[in-house]
Design a protein around this ligand. Structure first.
Ligand SMILES: Cc1cc2nc3c(=O)[nH]c(=O)nc-3n(C[C@H](O)[C@H](O)[C@H](O)COP(=O)(O)O)c2cc1C
Length: 193
């Protein structure tokens, strides 16, 4: 079998909230990805980017985010749930690009301080990412009661470690499978009439 090419995954945190807990889930997901073979992780913290307004006009883009999305083979979005949806910051950032997403896969993770783990935010995102041409994976990861799962430094508590490592193994396995197949499709497929 041909040696597997390196795949670049952008792990996107979903909020800029000062006291955000979901950043720990995003960090945990990024750290897990860094252990995988042939995989490069780029961490996207919306706090590090600037989107002056809505839309995707050239003056509304952040060129660093443009480059990241252009070079990414896959995305892993980690969203908290705000009023049964995902944060506006995440939408504004995602909206700023379009072509760079097309026919690339995305895995979704949700976080909340209640028992649902951000499932409504994740489900709200499905229709959005589909419209962007992203191919959404079916294995999502949920972090209910997120304030109980991690230590202050962002490391996961021992009692939750096995469960979430297994979840991430499944989520990344599907994401990387799609990334591999879709990269080949983007590079080699043509439909001649
Ligand atoms: C504006 C706002 C709205 C929220 N709405 C919900 C909600 O609809 N459902 C829910 O389970 N948690 C909700 N939460 C609580 C978040 O789940 C909680 O803050 C959690 O820690 C994840 O978000 P964080 O990364 O901002 O900390 C809300 C929090 C904020 C700031």
């Amino acid at each position: 079998m041909e040696e597997q090419k390196q795949l670049t995954i952008a792990v996107i945190a979903g909020t800029t909230r000062e006291r955000r807990e979901s950043i720990k889930a995003a960090g945990f997901i990024a750290d897990y990805g860094k252990k995988l073979n042939n995989t490069k992780i780029v961490f996207v913290d919306p706090k590090d980017f600037y989107f002056p307004g809505d839309g995707n006009d050239p003056e509304g883009k952040d060129s660093r985010y443009t480059d990241i999305t252009k070079n990414a083979d896959a995305f892993f979005i980690v969203t908290p749930e705000y009023n049964h949806s995902f944060p506006g910051t995440l939408k504004r950032m995602l909206d700023s690009e379009l072509e760079n997403y097309i026919h690339k896969p995305v895995a979704l993770a949700g976080a909340s301080n209640g028992g649902w783990g951000g499932v409504r935010a994740v489900e709200s995102l499905v229709t959005v990412v589909r419209e962007m041409g992203l191919v959404v994976t079916s294995y999502s990861v949920y972090f209910p009661r997120i304030q109980e799962l991690f230590y202050e430094d962002g490391s996961i508590k021992e009692e939750f470690s096995d469960r979430y490592n297994k979840n991430l193994y499944e989520a990344y396995k599907e994401l990387l499978w799609f990334a591999y197949i879709l990269k080949d499709g983007r590079e080699n497929f043509s439909l001649d009439l």
